[in-house]
Design a protein around this ligand. Structure first.
Ligand code: AMP
Length: 284
């Protein structure tokens, strides 16, 4: 496995990759790898004959400096994991390498900027968009892998790919969960013992809400009881709980069984912000 830190070296190492391999796969990560990341790597390995992973904690996508400063970094372990998975190359640039001077460009993603993650994390999707655009531009993969765990991010990336004409397929990998339902996240290790015990409530609440919608209860009712059950469980400070119509990713006040929707949640547990979602597939 080759590790590369410099853009110049990356470009020369990949100069003929797209023609030399039939399918180059890119898996962008911020490191602190867990089983969710592994599912992306495994999907890439099964579909591609050359897999490159990136590890870069992207400062410009953090809207809170303390979140960036406390972001877990486990580089040595990450490299062992990637090597064990048979990854061909890891791009792990420094901040200076990616952002040698102050940024003179910004991206915006219409309505996606104004709701849920876009609304509560101002500037976040600009940062995500810029780093993903740079990675796609530098690596030029046939396919790039992202997790359903960050569902709104998937929609931002699809908008980026269409909007800037990147010649890449976006592959979405289902969310990988702990046995108790908590979605794997690099931030989980920052949860205290009590918060960790409460954390599966987020997914339980989503699953319950999905069932209630499917039995015909109105969204306003489902939302209220979901909110109450989370608040009663203590420690969970809900930021949003939303019904989203897919594939447009627009907020909806009404569920219809013959269309695709998602339920999206964000909550703080003892200062750690967690997000999760479930997709409700059409029944007919
Ligand atoms: P991150 O390192 O948090 O930026 O995540 C890198 C990629 O892994 C993103 O595409 C995430 O959506 C994806 N990912 C993170 N957690 C999970 C999970 N539990 N299951 C599946 N994919 C995930």
């Amino acid at each position: 496995m080759k590790t590369v830190q410099e853009i110049k070296v990356l470009k020369s190492a990949l100069s003929n990759a797209r023609s030399a391999f039939s399918r180059v796969g890119l898996v962008p990560t911020m490191g602190a790898l867990h089983r969710g990341h592994l599912a992306l790597i495994q999907a890439a390995k099964s579909q591609c004959d050359f897999v490159i992973a990136s590890i870069f904690v992207n400062p410009i996508q953090f809207n809170q400096p303390s979140d960036f400063e406390n972001y877990p970094q486990t580089l040595e372990d990450d490299l062992k994991v990637l090597e064990g998975q048979g990854v061909d190359m890891v791009f792990m640039p420094s901040i200076k390498e990616m952002y040698p001077s102050s940024l003179g460009v910004s991206l915006s993603f219409s309505h996606l900027e104004k709701i849920l993650e876009g609304k509560f994390r101002p500037g976040h999707f600009n940062g995500v968009g810029i780093v993903v655009a740079k990675l796609l531009h530098l690596v030029d993969p046939h396919v790039a892998f992202f997790g359903q765990k960050d569902l709104q991010q998937v929609h931002v990336i699809k908008a980026l790919v269409v909007g800037l004409s990147f010649d890449v397929e976006v592959e979405v990998v289902p969310t990988v969960r702990e046995d108790d339902g908590l979605a794997f996240s690099s931030r989980n290790i920052r949860l205290g013992k009590v918060e960790r015990e409460k954390a599966p409530h987020l997914y339980e609440a989503l699953v319950q809400a999905e069932q209630d919608l499917k039995t015909g209860q109105p969204w306003s009712h489902v939302k209220n009881s979901c909110r109450k059950s989370l608040e009663n469980s203590g420690l969970v400070e809900l930021e949003y709980l939303a019904l989203v119509r897919l594939p447009e990713f627009r907020l909806s006040e009404k569920y219809e069984a013959n269309s695709e929707f998602a339920l999206c949640i964000a909550a703080y547990l003892g200062g750690v912000r967690l997000i999760d979602n479930v997709i409700i597939r059409p029944t007919s």
